[in-house]
Design a protein around this ligand. Structure first.
Ligand code: MV4
Length: 446
């Protein structure tokens, strides 16, 4: 096992990784920007290195500063967390070139999944169901030809995309030219490539993802699904598992399909396969090769520490269990709590004057906040994750009401009132929602 791991991240995920390392007897190195000198992950780590100014391009995205910090402190592995450099194949490669282990999949796998068209091809080859779609579209005429073939409505996506950027929908041929031109321009502005492709547009899907774990010996297990349909502007707000939309047969089928596909691809580490689910059918969307924000709800059902497994796999250990050894117990829901105005969603950084996290049976709070902590204005506004679990969905919902009520965060506005509103809606209570549900709810209340 590693002796010392450098955590190339900040916020709750830095603390999350530190906790897994501590329990495994691994020493930790925190890296931080000048703005994060007082952060909890910096205080708890065995060592800390300042890697640059507040702006993340000069600190948390500064590859050579991070690798230098690892060399200076003698860290034998780097965990990238989520966001920042976590899905940067060049960084993973650079880390390995310096004789340091990158805690994640091989750079080639990160690179392949980062190219949405290549990921789609790999998905098809490994038996995953995909949405009817096109190859790369060189011009508007090709776009029109493929749209006729696929049938309207269609969606044009960036090959190097993800996260919803550069996506344009067209409902008929007269909308194609604008959609194509705009998608291409957005892709050029945001990504390394301006190539685009097309898929049939699904109008009311749910977003369901499958968590997998794979070791470097070809052993793969899936850890079930997460329903992440409650989102706003491509940012997830609440996630739950199991999905209220699936029956046991659908759940086992998609889990097994995902597991076999990962075997076929030769994937290793933790990963997540994203699907759209509509009218009883799954369609592969993309794969995330990193630890995800919402991983704790899966941990709540399976009892498996996903970060610990990432560390073990990266150190060359075998999974040591099979699919049949994994059991799923109860129901879990996660709320992402942001320092934002709950109505306008304007970021609201500042000093936390009072902090009291809820507790009790089935309640987990992942955050790195303390009373008196000053949230810096330079980063993502997520300040805490509240994860509740219980034997049933209703039990988890009741517990979530209780825990949200108990939460005290003073000094900044937070999205706690938004969560209270969402979980009081009859449709949410009944589990009836799709990826547009929250945005519709917010529109209605304007
Ligand atoms: C789609 C889609 C409908 N049909 N593809 C958005 C983020 C990117 N990862 C893929 N996305 C979508 N792709 C087809 N063919 C709808 C979305 C989408 C979405 C997907 C998942 C979660 C939230 C979403 C919000 C808006 C659109």
């Amino acid at each position: 096992m590693f002796e010392k791991v450098l955590i190339a991240n900040r916020g709750e995920v830095a603390l999350r990784i530190h906790r897994a390392c501590r329990e495994m007897g691994i020493k930790t190195v925190a890296v931080h920007s000048e703005a994060d000198a007082n952060a909890m992950h910096v205080r708890l780590a065995d060592e800390a290195v300042c890697i640059g100014p507040a702006r993340s391009t000069e600190s948390y995205l500064n590859k050579s500063a991070i690798i230098s910090a690892a060399i200076i402190t003698g860290a034998d592995a780097i965990h990238p967390g989520y966001g920042f450099l976590s899905e940067n194949a060049d960084f993973a490669e650079m880390v390995e070139e310096h004789g340091i282990t990158f805690i994640g999949p091989k750079p080639e796998q990160i690179r392949m999944m980062g190219d949405k068209l290549k990921a789609r091809e790999a998905a098809i080859a490994s038996g995953l169901p995909v949405i009817p779609g096109s190859p790369a579209l060189p011009d508007v005429d090709a776009a029109k030809k493929w749209a006729k073939e696929i049938g309207y409505p269609i969606i044009i996506k960036a090959k190097a995309g993800g996260g919803g950027k550069g996506m344009k929908v067209a409902f008929s041929e007269d909308e194609i030219e604008t959609a194509y031109t705009m998608a291409r321009a957005e892709a050029k502005a945001s990504f390394t490539s301006d190539e685009v492709y097309m898929e049939k547009y699904l109008q009311k899907p749910r977003h369901i993802e499958i968590q997998v774990l794979a070791d470097t010996f070809g052993n793969v297990v899936h850890l079930g699904e997460r329903d992440c349909s409650i989102q706003r502007k491509n940012q997830k707000v609440i996630e739950e598992t199991p999905s209220p939309a699936l029956n046991q047969q659908q759940r086992e089928e998609i889990g097994e399909i995902a597991r076999k596909a990962m075997e076929q691809i030769g994937y290793s580490s933790a990963g997540t396969l994203e699907f759209l689910f509509e009218d009883g059918k799954f369609y592969f969307l993309e794969m995330n090769t990193r630890l995800q924000v919402e991983h704790p709800i899966t941990e709540a059902l399976t009892g498996i520490d996903i970060v610990r497994e990432q560390l073990r796999i990266a150190a060359g250990a075998k999974l040591g269990y099979e699919q049949k050894d994994i059991s799923f117990q109860g129901h879990a829901i996660e709320c992402r709590i942001n320092a934002e105005d709950p109505e306008t969603f304007a970021p609201n950084p500042g000093k936390i004057t009072e902090w009291h996290a809820p507790g009790g049976l089935g309640v987990r709070v992942d955050a790195e906040i303390y009373s008196g902590y000053k949230i810096p204005p330079f980063y993502d506004s997520m300040i805490a994750k509240l994860i509740v679990s219980a034997k049933t969905r209703n039990g988890a919902l009741m517990r979530l009401h209780r825990a949200l009520e108990e939460f005290v965060i003073d000094g900044v506005k937070t999205t706690i009132p938004l969560h209270q509103k969402i979980i009081s809606q009859p449709d949410y209570i009944d589990g009836i929602y799709n990826i547009h549900w929250l945005e519709h709810l917010l529109d209605k209340q304007k």
